[in-house]
Design a binder for this molecule. Sequence first.
Ligand code: SF4
Length: 437
Amino acid sequence: MAEIDPWGSLQIEDYTKLFEEFGISPFKELLPHIKNPHRYMRRGIIFGHRSYEEVVSAMKNKRPFSAMSGFMPSGHAHLGHKMVLDELIWHQEQGASIFLGIADREAHAVRNIPWKECHKIAVDEYITSAIALGLKTEKSHIYFQSKSNSVKDLAFELGCRVNLSELSAIYGFTGETSISHMLSAITQSADILHPQLSEHGGPQPVIIPVGADQDPHIRLTRGLASKMRMFTIEIREERSGKRYISVRGKTAPKEALQEVAERTERELQTRTRLFEGHVDIQTLEMERVIEITREIELAHNGYAFIPPAATYHRFMSGLQGGKMSSSTPESLISLTEPPEDAAKKVKQAKTGGRVSLKEQQRDGGDPERCMIYELHLFHLTEDDRELQEIYRACKNGKLICGQCKRKTAEKIQEFLKEHQKKMEEARDELEEYNIKK
Ligand code: SF4
């Protein structure tokens, strides 16, 4: 089985394998149900999901939902981080409450970064960039893991439901792994689940936009969300073939199970049978049973978590081809680097051009293998027709790499200048928002 390592830098070659091996569903099936889909959705950059249909339904019916992401303050924010920020901002525009967590516990435990530096990097790189890109702070919860008692308390609770073997199977932890590193994995699960705490409005769909390498966190957290439930609900079949719903009280007190029997009988006008540890309900109205058990669980101080939803996006390649990596600055464009430096990197990027001008004019270029085209696809060209035009002109040899690179370098320079100006303005907003610089 292919291993996905969230702390490594494995390039996942064949995304479709993920559908089969890990049960990620293809995103394109949901596309017709989404109003004004983001360009990452339209262009297949977001290629997979788990439970995103619940988010689509919340958006459609104007029900509460949240979008959450965590950022480890360990280096410059770059175009890869911008992708996640873009997705959060798009969900905010669709009505989501936004949770932006700074994973300073992880940066400290895994990368050994001092707390003060974590704070500085978080503010200077990630939070100001998020605001500059359009995040509305008044509708967002921006927090540091190390300062959020609800996240830390929840991490402790979740830690009661997971053991070392499970963590090792997912993350490859060994006897050499520090306890704090393990704790940081659980803290990320708490990040993901805490938008559903009663202080934020209780259980609701939460979307976590991630790269495919983050799936182990999502699987772990979805499992934990279910483990934390007081009840399991499933459809069963009698010998006669008649189907019914069975609710098991995993950790539910007796009275809670009794309430499930009474309320479903009364509200669904059906027959129920209460046994030691479970109640059988003669109905197939799953939605209603889930709703009733959730209310009862909350009334008995349970969490009633809904397993978090996730979207999975493709990674951007490095500017020179291969992987984009923070340890190779030429492979990426950071949001805070001097715009002229970024323009230079663009001019040196790998293209899908031919060896000679004559050949390119005759055979056309190969945008699928071109890092310049990728910049347009992911970030620089919003209009699909304009993007198609670049693609076509490249393919039929009308667009020449030198000219194309020059234009792209200008575009990235303009974008960064504007972005960095907005980052400066965002600093004032931070003061108002009470996040110390
Ligand atoms: Fe890439 Fe532009 Fe060259 Fe086409 S013309 S291969 S898009 S740089």
